[in-house]
Design a protein around this ligand. Structure first.
Ligand code: NAP
Length: 437
């Protein structure tokens, strides 16, 4: 028997588990997660109204239906069980812990109340237990969102939606109520570079055209007439579509709907001002684009905002004892190999870039590497696997959550949902565990 441990039950972890369990008939694959709930960012990151994307869960569920795959939820590797203990007890360890920490803006005022990283904001409206109590300050009329990626667009859209537009999503009741009450009138989406360099994709940008209460505005002077001749052909299609969508938005009338989303390019945040400890404005410097790079101009302007959300990317967090590249904030690896018998895949391997299909492709490659390394090693396994880990958890009074336990939680969330909502998530670990005893 080959005992395999996977740390993290997001898409990358599930895809590796699935392939190893399918191809290695004598293997037992144990997927650990620090939460009692599986599926990582599919549950806690994907926009609550993007139920089509969340349907990927149907595919991931099939992994746990395999006889030789075990879910071990509510077990924090690094706290409840050490990395070394995992290596001591498993023949192979795969690290798929994603990137959960927000990168910080690093400008004066960025620690004030009323400033949030996209990771914590998204975790809050998606019901992640770590951020259930965030209660972001949404009591002003202006909100700035820094960044030109799909996460920035997700956040803008969730804030701009009406209760009826969110009614068939799985946003938490608490977050939906806070957004409903928020007196927001102006949302500013700010990119430090131009529309040619924005990393958002067209399907996400186009969704704003359909919003009931929010009109999207762009300064037409910021939209290039055409792509430069030497533009990267791999992104030309998406960027051309984006330019077309932005042109349509630039013809919108500002007073046509109660909320305005201002998409602004070529501006870098330089300082967040405060009044009595609260955010009262955002100072930005205009940039000019030089060969794809943003260069500062020395010209400044201010926005009247009371909340700032920085959607500028994520970092992985080290687990004690695990080789970690602090300069890149990823698990140290060479093509997915971390150290002997330890592998990594997904955002913690290469940084927070790429959608679920890209992570699937990479997970397949890493799983093949694992299989090939196991084939090349003729020594019989001596590692005890989960029995030893279960004994340690018992001794440390850690209540692990099995897949059958998760199904109880899952069913309870579905049962308590009201109206068209697919589920009402439990946002506290205690609440979830109470269902099991
Ligand atoms: P992202 O696409 O890398 O966007 C990050 C943005 O932050 C970029 O516009 C970047 O600008 C900007 N930025 C970085 N540092 C900055 C700074 N100091 N000041 C100002 N701006 C700064 O990352 P993301 O939006 O977090 O998304 C992560 C991944 O998840 C992406 O692959 C994304 O496509 C995917 N995702 C997909 C969906 C979807 O398909 N619906 C939804 C959410 C996320 P520069 O370009 O100038 O560096």
């Amino acid at each position: 028997m080959t005992n395999i441990a996977i740390i993290g039950s997001g898409p990358s972890g599930c895809y590796i588990a699935d392939m190893l369990a399918k191809k290695l008939k004598d293997a037992q694959v144990d997927v650990f997660d620090r939460l009692p709930t599986p599926f990582g960012l599919v549950r806690a990151g994907v926009a609550p109204a993007h139920q089509g994307t969340k349907n990927i869960v149907r595919q991931l569920e099939r992994t746990f239906a395999r006889e030789n795959v075990r879910f071990v939820g509510n077990v924090h590797i690094g706290t409840d069980i050490t990395y070394q203990e995992l290596k001591d007890n498993y023949d192979v360890v795969a690290v798929t812990i994603g990137a959960v920490k927000d990168r910080v803006l690093g400008i004066p005022g960025d620690q004030l109340e009323g400033i949030y990283g996209s990771g914590e904001f998204v975790a809050w409206y998606n019901g992640h237990p770590d951020k259930a109590d965030l209660q972001p300050k949404l009591d002003g009329s202006g909100i700035a969102i820094i960044g030109n990626g799909n996460v920035a667009l997700d956040i803008a859209r969730v804030i701009a939606k009406t209760p009826s537009e969110l009614s068939s999503s799985d946003i938490t009741a608490n977050a939906a109520a806070a957004i409903k009450e928020a007196p927001v009138q102006d949302i500013y989406l700010i990119g430090r570079r131009g529309p040619l360099e924005a990393s958002f994709t067209n399907m996400e940008l186009s969704e704003f055209a359909e919003l009931e209460s929010c009109v999207t505005l762009v300064d037409p002077d910021q939209i290039p007439a055409a792509l430069p001749d030497d533009f990267d052909p791999r992104s030309a299609n998406t960027v051309n579509q984006n330019l077309e969508t932005l042109r349509a938005y630039s013809a919108n009338s500002a007073d046509s709907k109660p909320i305005r989303l201002h998409i602004m390019f070529c501006a870098s945040p330089v300082e967040i001002s405060e009044t009595d400890g609260h955010v009262s404005g955002l100072k930005l410097e205009k940039n000019r684009m030089v060969e794809g790079r943003a260069e500062s101009t020395g010209e400044y302007f201010e926005l009247d905002v009371q909340t700032v959300i920085s959607a500028i990317g994520y970092q992985s967090e080290p687990i004690e004892g695990m080789p970690f590249d602090h300069s890149r904030s990823i698990v140290s690896n060479e093509d997915g190999r971390v150290e002997q018998n330890v592998y990594t895949s997904g955002w913690c391997k290469r940084g927070p870039q790429g959608v679920i299909p890209a992570n699937r492709a990479e997970a397949m490659t890493v799983a093949k590497q694992i299989i090939s390394d196991l084939d090349a090693n003729s020594e019989a396994s001596t590692k005890p696997g989960f029995d030893q880990i279960a004994a340690l958890l018992d001794k440390r009074h850690v209540r692990s959550v099995s897949y059958a336990d998760w199904q109880i939680i899952n069913n309870a969330e579905i049962e308590r949902a009201e109206g068209d909502k697919p589920r009402e998530k439990f946002t506290r670990v205690d609440e979830m565990l109470a269902l099991l005893d």
